[in-house]
Write a protein that binds this ligand. Structure first.
Ligand SMILES: Cc1cc2nc3c(=O)[nH]c(=O)nc-3n(C[C@H](O)[C@H](O)[C@H](O)COP(=O)(O)O)c2cc1C
Length: 237
């Protein structure tokens, strides 16, 4: 009975992709596949700079990443400064793409996930969707409850998991924008945190990603993708 009442009060809403972008489903699939096969973890960048507006588009796409409860427990740092990148090179296990790329993106997880993050989020939700805070009490308590079930180590692990979702989205978005990238876990966290003064901002570098344009001499570019076969990787139940 109650279920019926809920259904009756629903208004039907349909959100569609922009109808001015006239691509068939197969064209969309082709575009996506092409971008994903074109991308690879670039080992050698050339000196060309990615224009600012394209970096902005990439950062915007990354900031649209889904996150648990929507709390986005991280910060996206775009390091343009060459001297800063040379300082980071010392902590990058000799991977000079950190300084040779166009921009270095550092995804840093929050180390101080607390009820304040929920309060900030709920305030943002209230103003964005024009819902009075008084109506968001249940949501607030639910989110606070979820965080209170985690100890500090679990909260950091949760925040870092969200960072990796952002990294995945960053890589796909970069490919669709025809920007090259190399996801990197091979760096010294403590060194990065010190150079970028992250500890005092309650952040820790979790994964980094140089972006730019591939060097025509990068031998990896034409190497075949190494992936387990679908039968091994995918199960359809
Ligand atoms: C979390 C993560 C960390 C990685 N760390 C490094 C790294 O430190 N240096 C590097 O050259 N490549 C790194 N890679 C790139 C992987 O080696 C590469 O993505 C993988 O071999 C698949 O190849 P593809 O991306 O070219 O398709 C990393 C990738 C991921 C997702």
């Amino acid at each position: 009975m109650q279920k019926n009442n809920i259904q009756k009060s629903k208004t039907q809403v349909t959100k569609t992709l922009n109808p001015n972008i006239k691509l068939s489903n197969s064209q969309r699939a082709e575009l996506l596949n092409d971008a994903l096969n074109w991308r690879y973890a670039v080992r050698e960048f050339d000196q060309q700079q990615v224009p600012n507006e394209i970096v902005d588009q990439l950062v915007n796409a990354t900031s649209l990443t889904a996150s648990s409860y929507g709390l986005q427990p991280y910060k996206i740092l775009v390091i343009k400064s060459k001297p800063a990148r040379y300082s980071l090179l010392e902590h990058s296990m000799g991977q000079d793409k950190v300084s040779n790329c166009s921009h270095l993106i550092v995804l840093a997880a929050k180390t101080n996930v607390s009820e304040q993050l929920v309060i900030d989020y709920v305030e943002k939700f209230s103003t964005t969707r024009n819902v009075p805070l008084s109506k968001l009490h249940g949501m607030t308590e639910h989110f606070k409850g979820a965080l209170s079930n985690m100890n500090e180590a679990a909260k950091l692990q949760w925040a870092q998991q969200q960072v990796y979702i952002a990294l995945g989205n960053l890589l796909t978005s970069a490919a669709l924008l025809e920007i090259d990238a190399c996801p990197m876990g091979g760096f010294d966290t403590a060194g990065f945190d010190e150079v970028l003064k992250l500890t005092e901002q309650n952040l820790t570098a979790t994964v980094i990603c140089p972006i730019g344009y591939r060097s025509p001499y990068d031998q990896e570019a034409n190497a075949a993708k190494v992936r387990f076969p679908q039968e091994q990787l995918v199960a359809v139940l």
